[in-house]
Design a protein around this ligand. Structure first.
Ligand code: GRF
Length: 219
């Protein structure tokens, strides 16, 4: 059977460490997605340099020069079509997307969020989890829908919250998990292994049953 890797774009606004994890994972020719475009809405996004060094087409669509969200998105869409993009990964992309855009990409547009959704939508997730005294925190890969940080959940990873944690230390442990589940989730989508049923994303018999994470009384 011939195997064709899915042409994937990553949209960033800043540091791009998740972008980097996706690019590194996709270096394997057996990985089912190929990163062919990195697009930033900010000209100064640090992640652009890594993508360029890795010979990936990079482009900036500066949202500030557009009159509105949809005008900005129409320019982004032209570039995505030009590069024959099939899947999009948002990776620290700090723009809300309109229903016009998300509608075009339904089931093909992914995001990584630094919390166990549906808890802690929005910003400052780590500080809010600490302030609430949460014992378990984590990250989520989900399909993007018009509502912010909503959409069917594809994968999640959880970490224990430690007594010594600060928002920064917790963010660092969560980020390490983000960089594991995002490439894994993209691979599942690219291989067409998932089925969406209502709000649930099902992965059939490939699912594993992991050991429960009990905090703080496990072991
Ligand atoms: C990550 O924590 C991601 O979950 C969130 O924004 C952050 C982006 O980090 N959406 P990076 O740019 O991937 O390093």
């Amino acid at each position: 059977m011939t195997f064709r890797r899915k042409r994937t774009a990553i949209l960033i606004s800043g540091r791009g460490s998740n972008m980097r994890a996706l690019i590194e994972r996709a270096r394997d020719p057996a990985y089912p997605a190929e990163i062919v475009l990195v697009l930033s809405n900010r000209p100064d996004a640090a992640g652009l340099a890594f993508a360029e060094e890795n010979n990936i087409a990079c482009t900036v669509v500066d949202h500030k020069i557009y009159a509105g969200r949809e005008e900005f998105e129409r320019s982004v869409q032209v570039l995505l079509e030009l590069h024959r993009i099939e899947l999009i990964c948002l990776a620290g992309f700090m723009r809300m997307l309109t229903p016009w855009f998300t509608g075009q990409w339904q089931g093909r547009l992914l995001n990584i969020h630094p919390a166990l959704l549906p808890a802690y939508r929005g910003l400052n997730t780590h500080a809010r989890a600490l302030a609430d005294g949460a014992k378990i925190h984590g990250c989520t890969v989900h399909f993007v829908v018009p509502a912010m940080d909503a959409g069917p959940i594809i994968a999640q990873a959880a970490v224990a919250v430690l007594d010594s944690d600060t928002p920064e230390s917790l963010a660092a442990r969560v980020l390490a998990e983000e960089q594991t589940i995002y490439p894994a989730a993209l691979a599942c989508i690219a291989e067409g292994r998932l089925r969406v049923k209502g709000n649930r994303v099902l992965c059939g018999d490939r699912a594993i049953a992991p050991t429960p994470l009990l905090v703080p009384f496990s072991g």
